[in-house]
Design a protein. Structure first.
Length: 174
């Protein structure tokens, strides 16, 4: 029989994967995707994509290698989608602060000490700087609203707030 007349090996039945191949494929995916639900979804998508593309399987690679290649592409797409959208999580600052402070008395003491230094430093600022800071806080931080409330130029507001910040930094970080 001529070598060219040999029939190609029968295509594997993608719907009937051996237990070993399933185990190997799942291990391949789970090693790269730590979330078990996502890993299981990717395994199922891999099987579905392999079934859809089974006519393209030409036998040059083993079935497991071919399917791991499909899985790798799906994993890559999964992470692209995952990192393309921002993660939404609730953050309760008060709960976090209460838990940290209740466990860390030194941290609580240090926060209290820094607050005291800040109040002392605020009181030591020249009155025009202090008044500008208070007006800025009262107006929601808007330079324009602060300038309007104090009836001074906006550049003066920027200058005073900038100098006040510098003086407060120096006074509270020693």
């Amino acid at each position: 029989m001529d070598h060219l007349d040999e029939a190609p090996p029968p295509a594997p039945d993608i719907l009937d994967l051996s237990a070993d191949l399933q185990k190997k494929l799942k291990a391949f995916i789970h090693k790269r995707v730590l979330n078990p639900e996502d890993a299981e979804d990717i395994f199922q998508l891999t099987c579905l994509e392999a079934w859809r593309s089974q006519t393209r399987f030409n036998g040059q690679a083993t079935l497991s290698t071919w399917m791991c290649g499909i899985a790798q592409n799906l994993i890559r797409n999964h992470f692209r989608r995952l990192y393309a959208r921002p993660v939404h999580c609730e953050f309760d600052e008060m709960l976090c602060h209460e838990q940290d402070c209740s466990r860390d008395l030194y941290g609580q003491f240090e926060t209290h000490r820094r607050l005291e230094r800040t109040l002392v430093a605020l009181n030591r600022l020249p009155s025009e700087m202090r008044d500008t800071l208070y007006a800025s806080v009262h107006s929601g931080g808007s330079y324009r609203d602060t300038a309007s409330a104090l009836e001074i130029p906006i550049g003066t507001v920027r200058s005073r707030i900038s100098r006040a910040r510098e003086q407060l930094k120096l006074a509270t970080h020693c």
